[in-house]
Ligand binder design. Structure first.
Ligand code: ZN
Length: 207
């Protein structure tokens, strides 16, 4: 994962998830970032922080940028690979930070907060619009979604990152999570699926 540079993340990009947390649907993409030290591969045992309140999983499509977008671009020109990821979130800590108007970094940027499967060649936007991704926690499918359910599509997200911060090769974007986020327990087994294909599996240690 050394080749990954900036980690951009999108909040509230599925109306169904914004609603389950009681948030308004945004008019512009809500963007935050994580340190690269939060990256962790989706295999083996992933350690998560203990004694910091509830840790929620958020399964997401992750895009990897291969070329710097120009003034006009297509997603297929700019994105060279994709993965599935989990944007782990200390939900209670995030709620406190939001109340105080503080940045989310402590709730979203801790070690192992950005779990990623291996990347595979980007199959194109059309495939992402029609392929369901899902997260299985132990034996339950807890989240599933498609890029077609997003409020801001890949093109808009890349353009917004380009305009506000700059974006280029090695940067990745966590594109937001559908509804169904929930609590992670010590010893949970998580599997990430792209259609019927399992792309990553890991268990958790919280202690
Ligand atoms: Zn997220």
């Amino acid at each position: 994962m050394e080749q990954i540079k900036n980690i951009y993340c999108i909040g509230r990009n599925y109306a169904s998830h914004a609603q389950e947390l009681g948030n308004k649907v945004p008019k512009r993409p809500l963007i935050f970032s994580k340190p690269t030290h939060s990256l962790r591969k989706a295999d083996g045992t992933v350690e998560l922080p203990a004694d910091r309140g509830e840790i929620h999983y958020e399964a997401e499509i992750v895009l990897k940028i291969g070329r710097t977008p120009g003034d006009s671009f297509t997603v297929e020109e700019v994105v060279d690979a994709m993965a599935l990821g989990i944007d782990f979130t200390l939900r209670e800590e995030q709620t406190h930070l939001k109340e105080k108007g503080h940045p989310w970094l402590r709730a979203k940027g801790f070690k192992n907060a950005a779990v990623l499967t291996d990347f595979w060649d980007f199959p194109g936007t059309e495939t992402c619009v029609t392929t369901e991704f899902s997260l299985v926690q132990n034996n339950d499918t807890v989240q599933s979604g498609k890029a077609s359910d997003m409020i801001f599509d890949f093109q808009s997200l890349i353009a917004e990152c380009r305009d506000c911060f700059g974006i280029g090769p090695g940067d990745i974007i966590f594109t937001g999570t559908p509804k169904g986020v929930g609590k992670t327990q010590n010893g949970d087994l998580f599997s990430l699926f792209w259609g019927n294909e399992r792309k990553g599996e890991f268990d958790t240690r919280i202690m």
